[in-house]
Design a protein around this ligand. Structure first.
Ligand code: SF4
Length: 279
């Protein structure tokens, strides 16, 4: 049986948390460059140029892309034939976050929800673990800002509200969030499952490449339709008006109860920070 030391996991999570906060993925940079050329509004084009400049400075000077270094969310796919030695799995993930936020000089943004006392080390991270076939370990580490999380919503729709109800809620949610979620945004949708599952589906949808589309052609078409509709809202980069409010709409779908139509809308700001590690 293959085995790995949890120290390896700690180190991988630490590096991922730092890298995610210092460097955007190529697909985001390409979208910014495209926006700087194609956005109709002059102010919007300038915002895209500033986003590119901000990303360049953060990468070259090894400093965070944004002052809000986010709450760490980790999606782990743990192979059932992999043996972990030297410690506890979840403790290792938390330790990796702790070390990453300390060594990377990343802002510690977590606090007790009632006393507002800062936890001091940006833990606990939110961890979702799936046991999967094989002997590998995939970790997706996302550092999610509070502003765009605050503009996110969850609805338990009536089944009769259907697709029209879903579209209406998505547009109303993005419109209400406006500039507060630091557009251009990515809109992650979880459709189906149950109350808690649709939120996880929406969050995970945000980890997809901007350039991909859903393998189901009907869902892919809905992604495109909603992207056009969101951009027609005219909120624009930084909320200053323009054609590009969203860079992508990403949907995850799962069967739900016949009495329900759960919909989660998780908004990701332009500081879309995540890293994938395979161990
Ligand atoms: S919403 Fe995103 S870009 Fe805006 S302050 Fe928060 S992390 Fe930064």
């Amino acid at each position: 049986m293959r085995q790995i030391e949890v120290e390896t996991i700690i180190s991988a999570v630490k590096d991922a948390a730092i890298a995610a906060n210092y460097e955007l993925d190529e697909d985001m940079l390409a979208a910014f460059a495209k926006g700087a050329d194609e956005e109709e509004s002059p102010a919007g084009r300038e915002i895209f140029r500033q986003l590119l400049e901000n990303a360049r400075i953060a990468s070259e000077e090894r400093i965070p892309l944004c002052q809000d270094c986010g709450l760490a969310v980790i999606f782990a796919e743990l192979g059932q034939d992999l043996r972990l030695v030297g410690g506890d799995f979840e403790a290792a993930l938390q330790e990796g976050v702790r070390q990453g936020y300390a060594e990377g000089y990343l802002r510690k943004s977590l606090c007790h929800p009632l006393t507002r006392q800062n936890t001091g080390d940006n833990t606990p991270a939110v961890i979702h673990t799936d046991i999967v076939p094989g002997d590998g370990l995939k970790l997706q580490v996302a550092t999610k800002g509070g502003g765009s999380e605050n503009g996110s919503k969850l609805f338990m729709l009536k089944p009769a509200e259907g697709l029209a109800g879903i579209k209406a809620k998505v547009l109303a949610t993005v419109a209400e969030a406006g500039p507060n979620v630091c557009p251009p945004v990515i809109v992650g949708l979880g459709i189906g499952g149950n109350f808690e599952r649709c939120a996880v589906l929406a969050k995970k949808a945000l980890l997809r490449k901007l350039t991909d589309s859903h393998p189901d052609p009907e869902v892919a078409a809905l992604e495109q339709e909603l992207l056009t509709a969101v951009n027609d809202l005219g909120i624009g980069p930084a909320g200053l008006g323009g054609r590009i409010t969203a860079l992508g709409v990403k949907i995850n779908v799962q069967p739900c109860h016949i009495a329900s139509l759960p919909l989660a809308i998780n908004i990701q700001c332009h500081s879309s920070r995540h890293r994938e590690v395979l161990l």
